[in-house]
Design a protein. Structure first.
Length: 180
């Protein structure tokens, strides 16, 4: 009788092991699928970056191509740069619109020494709030809900000599709170 229990027990163990092996568990799958990606210029992308309306944006923001840039070089009135040893504040240069599907946080990185970005849009915090993502965490940067626009993004140049010695680019970092 004990022998039958042992044989039945071994049979159950073997069938259980076979079920575990054939259960559909896997470590990886490789499958080819279609993907479609559209690209868009700054004004039409999921995060739209556009010049503000007004004189400062007209003078210093270049949106002649698919991307937006800020140029503090020459002006239409024959100015050729920022004053040395002076702090220069240029308000209302850019606006950033969340045209995506999730709320996002926006800030600038890779900002040259002596320079800072901020917003005067009191809808997203205090006027003059810094947008320097390298210095502040997501709790201190503006959160832009879906369909909303962060207006009045400006620039402060505290040390023009240091700002002039950069590689020419900063990064606007826009991410969900989970990714920041």
């Amino acid at each position: 009788m004990q022998r039958r229990k042992f044989v039945i027990g071994m049979g159950a163990l073997a069938s259980g092991a076979a079920a575990g092996i054939g259960s559909g568990a896997f470590d990886s799958v490789s499958a080819q699928r279609d993907i479609t990606v559209n690209t868009a210029g700054d004004a039409s992308a999921y995060v739209a970056i556009e010049p503000e309306t007004g004189d400062n944006a007209t003078e210093y923001v270049d949106d002649s191509g698919d991307t937006v840039g800020i140029k503090l070089t020459t002006t239409e009135e024959n100015g050729t740069g920022l004053n040395k040893n002076a702090e220069t504040i240029i308000r209302d240069l850019l606006k950033i619109t969340n045209q995506g599907t999730q709320d996002v946080i926006a800030g600038f990185t890779n900002i040259p020494d002596g320079m800072s970005f901020y917003t005067d849009d009191d809808k997203f915090g205090d006027a003059g709030s810094s947008m320097n993502a390298d210095s502040f965490g997501p709790d201190n940067l503006p959160a832009i809900p879906v369909g909303e626009t962060l207006n009045r993004v400006g620039l402060i140049v505290r040390d023009p000599e240091k700002a002039a010695n950069n590689d020419g680019s900063v990064t606007l970092l826009v991410q969900t709170e989970d990714e920041f």
